[in-house]
Design a protein around this ligand. Structure first.
Ligand SMILES: Nc1ncnc2c1ncn2[C@@H]1O[C@H](COP(=O)(O)OP(=O)(O)O)[C@@H](O)[C@H]1O
Ligand SMILES: [Mg+2]
Length: 205
């Protein structure tokens, strides 16, 4: 049986990882879709041979991992190529996510998915995979500041990423629960603790 599932999302730099860490501290299984995608395209990952077959050996680096930079450039502004890559990755990510969710022993699981709202907009079936959607929220100015500091990107580079993502308003409209991360990191723990109590009740119902 699938456990009660909370989708945790938010724009780049909003604080998904920070909020996810608070759920983990409470003993909740947090499944990170980015980490799964990374493992699938690491040396020996399940996506390596399908990517080699579909795109050619040039997209596999000497270390046996997918050349992510090259692939990013290849699919940038190339929707058909992006779709080809996603047709390989998404079913594998979905299978691995489901396996980790089934293996979880916590009362509910948190699926951390950066582009959840974008995916749900393309395919309404997506929404049905979650019992609840929690959005980590902060202003765009704060996102820009945090990502510039974390990744060393220019303001323009962060703005480009933001403009390719759903808007803050669209994410908030999709949210059942909102985690405010405009303030200090310390403000996350009490909010996550309150949601945790609510999810335990909902999962038991
Ligand atoms: N409330 C906060 N105050 C200050 N810095 C924060 C806060 N929340 C997160 N950060 C920092 O901002 C960056 C982005 O947070 P992160 O959790 O990695 O976001 P996401 O996973 O959504 O991309 C990280 O470097 C993180 O340490
Ligand atoms: Mg993160």
């Amino acid at each position: 049986m699938n456990p009660y599932t909370v989708g945790l999302t938010g724009g780049i730099g909003s604080g998904k990882s920070a909020a996810g860490a608070e759920f983990e501290k409470l003993g909740v299984a947090v499944i990170d879709s980015d980490a799964i995608a990374h493992a699938l395209t690491a040396p020996g990952g399940a996506a390596i041979e399908p990517v080699r077959a579909a795109f050619g050996a040039a997209f596999i680096g000497a270390n046996g991992a997918m050349d992510r930079g090259r692939m990013r450039e290849h699919v940038f502004n190339a929707p058909a190529e992006r779709a080809r890559l996603e047709a390989i990755l998404h079913p594998l990510i979905r299978t691995e996510t489901a396996a980790q969710a089934r293996a979880a022993t916590s009362a509910y699981v948190v699926l951390m998915i950066p582009l959840l709202v974008e995916a749900a907009r393309r395919d309404p079936d997506w929404r049905t995979r979650f019992d609840r959607i929690a959005v980590v929220d902060c202003s765009e100015a704060t996102q820009v500041r945090r990502v510039m500091a974390r990744n060393g990107y220019t303001e323009e580079a962060v703005q480009r990423i933001l403009s390719a993502q759903a808007s803050r308003a669209d994410r908030l409209a999709a949210a059942d629960d909102v985690i405010d991360n405009e303030g200090a990191v310390a403000a996350l723990a009490p909010q996550v603790a309150r949601l945790h109590r609510s999810y335990l009740h909902l999962a038991a119902a």
